[in-house]
Write a protein of this length. Structure first.
Length: 434
């Protein structure tokens, strides 16, 4: 192999390899992306866009796969690992466990599916966004694997069953109490198996990217494993954003979104996602808009309404919601991690309404409030009057905006996408260097 001889000022000779080695490397990075929610694909795409298109293979399912297919990258359809069940704003862990009861059998099929994809595409590094099968598949094949997640412990999920049982006994009918009791039994029966799988999953990953600020500012801090075998793998990479500042400010859509604000005192963006059980929040927001005629409401959701209000713009799903967050005074949303990181980085306060029983969202919502950048409302207390009271309070309280600006300044100091791509290529190089 050709070598280059270099002498420094002390006349000491150093040897460095020429560009021959890098030129023969062929990086092939496989992103296996959870399709339950839009945020997973947003942060995965943020990394993928730092790589050459020929280096990238994207995989998911459902509406997320359709989004990926529009990017121009190579895409593959994969099977979902788990399906979430809920109703009227409530995530139901008991029904979710029942619906996914065949998972112990199907996981081997999912692992084999992922292995075939990695072998067929000659994958040299895997990025698994909140999926377990690609981590196990990469481990079996000896391929470097980076787990991208904002949650490394799932123990809090299993506290929900007993808590709900106690509340149901006091407040609800016998039918509801029986249902809560069944859920408590299911969750406690599933807990040992699930936590064992999670531990194996974390051990199989080579590194864990946490797309968040470091402690003590981390949004997901309560949902991170405290054992050293996990902590030593975790890298707080910073917010992985699906947009750049330049793209936001120069976009024609942003010019439109900004121009619509001029006739109103304030602008509220409502990012409600696509889950049907969030319809009560959508309905409450429309009633709030009817009450607050001096405020512009921009709703990012697939929900439809016959109510025609001049201060409500129903946008639907958008590829880049950051365009609409920009220049807003408040965002009403769930407490999904990726969405919260985007909004926080832009320096905008949030009013969060987490899906009931969805422990991750409820934890995120609590943390957002602890960090002083959000106010929270539960589905149990959801009404147009409660929304109106919270919105008015946040508009009149300057501390929310100040704290959000402070965290925004920290978040903007990260180059998460670039650093992620550098680390991925480093892992890919290790298995090709000799």
């Amino acid at each position: 192999m050709k070598e280059q001889i270099i002498k420094d000022e002390s006349n000491t000779t150093h040897f460095s390899f020429s560009d021959v080695l890098p030129k023969r490397l062929k990086h092939r990075v496989y992103f296996s992306i959870n399709g339950e929610g839009y945020g997973h694909s947003s942060r995965a795409l943020a990394i993928a866009r730092q790589l050459h298109p020929e280096e990238v293979v994207l995989a998911s399912y459902g509406y997320v796969l359709k989004r990926l297919e529009k990017t121009g990258y190579s895409t593959v359809e994969i099977s979902p690992e788990i399906s979430f069940v809920g109703k009227d704003g409530n995530f139901d862990i008991g029904l979710t466990i029942l619906k996914n009861s065949s998972w112990p059998v199907s996981i081997n099929q999912l692992i084999n599916e992922e292995k075939k994809i990695m072998q067929n595409y000659g994958i040299t590094c895997v990025v698994a966004d909140s999926r377990s099968a690609p981590v196990f598949a990469a481990h079996k094949l000896g391929i470097p694997c980076i787990l991208l997640t904002n949650q490394t412990t799932f123990a809090p999920f299993f506290d929900v069953g007993i808590n709900d049982l106690e509340e149901s006994l006091i407040e609800k009918s016998f039918k509801d109490w029986l249902r809560a009791g069944t859920k408590a039994v299911l969750t406690n029966a599933a807990e040992p198996f699930v936590l064992k799988v999670v531990k194996d999953w974390l051990q199989a990953a080579d590194e864990i990217f946490i797309p968040d600020l470091p402690p003590p500012y981390s949004l997901c801090l309560p949902l991170l494993y405290h054992e050293n075998f996990v902590k030593k793998k975790q890298r707080f990479i910073g917010p992985l954003l699906p947009w750049s500042w330049k793209s936001l400010t120069e976009s024609q859509e942003n010019n439109y979104a900004h121009s619509t604000c001029h006739n109103y005192k304030k602008k509220i963006v409502c990012a409600l996602g696509g889950h049907k059980y969030r319809k009560p929040l959508f309905d409450a927001v429309l009633l709030l808009a009817k009450k607050m005629t001096d405020v512009l409401f921009v709703v990012l959701s697939d929900f439809k309404s016959d109510l025609n209000l001049p201060n409500v713009h129903l946008i639907g799903f958008v590829e880049n919601p950051g365009i609409y967050y920009l220049n807003s005074d408040l965002v009403i949303t769930q407490a999904g991690h990726s969405t919260a990181m985007e909004i926080m980085t832009l320096g905008i306060p949030m009013l969060v309404v987490p899906d009931s029983g969805q422990v991750e969202q409820e934890s995120n919502a609590k943390r957002l409030c602890e960090l002083g950048i959000a106010s929270m409302l539960s589905y149990r207390d959801l009404s147009v009057e409660a929304l109106y009271s919270q919105v008015r309070y946040m508009f009149n309280e300057d501390s929310f905006l100040q704290e959000t600006k402070n965290l925004s300044k920290i978040a903007r100091g990260y180059l998460a996408q670039e650093e992620s791509a550098r680390i991925i290529r480093d892992y890919s190089t290790r298995i090709q260097a000799y």
